[in-house]
Design a protein around this ligand. Sequence first.
Ligand code: 5GP
Ligand code: ZN
Length: 139
Amino acid sequence: MKSDNCIFCKIANGVIPSTTVYEDDDFRAILDLGPAAKGHTLILPKEHFDDVTELSEELARKVLPIAAKLGKAMKTGLGCAGFNLVQNNGAEAGQTVMHFHLHVIPRYEGGPEIASWIPGETTPEEMKETAEKIRAALK
Ligand code: 5GP
Ligand code: ZN
């Protein structure tokens, strides 16, 4: 546990109790205290990483299959019609707890509205220029 001040480190490692739906050596998945929909779950690594850019590749490989398993269990166990995987990085992107976590949010027919983006507009020229900037930064 890296940070004594990190609430998700404490929850993931069982120092603070939580409503746990899944646990293994690397992760604990808990119900969110402020659920966007019934069953909203957070997958927390037991080791501290600020966000996805810090997450080890080993754990990154492991987290998606857990999310898929949880989503499937939500469909069977809670009767949701689908689910969203949401993962925020940085305060501007809506991250409020600076310990990597992956949201698994069940979506029910006629269920609560959950914010999504309004499609914007672009041009082929702008797309080309934007893609070039990202590609250059990847090198
Ligand atoms: P973020 O906005 O950082 O992507 O998501 C943080 C999430 O953690 C929010 O959905 C919030 O409701 C949840 N949360 C914050 N503190 C606690 C806590 O102490 N326990 C649980 N179970 N969820 C928390
Ligand atoms: Zn932490």
